[in-house]
Write a protein of this length. Structure first.
Length: 111
């Protein structure tokens, strides 16, 4: 498992250094992927039962041309590492429990 705290700190720091507004809520997208659609669907259902806003699974094409399934969970959150890490910790564990891959999170610059 990657060091999600360090990655999250880097993302937040970069956004703030670029002038992103620290006072607003951000749409944070948490990404999940799996080669097995059934497992991915089970992870999406588990996340929904935990109260998360789950987007529809979609088939994605990788750089090498192979296919994989993925979905996002969208959460409104402050641009604060501790706040974001609460969801990262829960969702990374959900991925482990459902045998899918938590593929990190992202958000967009906001002035």
């Amino acid at each position: 498992m990657e060091n999600w705290r360090e990655i999250s700190e880097d993302i937040v720091t970069s956004l703030l250094e670029d002038g992103s507004d620290p006072e607003i809520l951000y749409e944070v997208e948490h990404h999940f992927v799996c080669e097995d659609f059934v497992k991915l669907e089970q992870a999406a259902l588990a996340a929904f039962k935990l109260g998360y806003d789950v987007e529809e699974p979609a088939e994605l094409e990788l750089e090498d041309g192979s296919k994989i399934w993925g979905f996002d969970i969208v959460v409104e959150a402050e641009l604060d590492v501790d706040v974001i890490m609460e969801d990262v910790d829960k969702l990374a564990q959900l991925a482990i429990d459902t045998d899918v891959e938590y593929d990190g999170w992202g958000t967009y610059f906001q002035e």
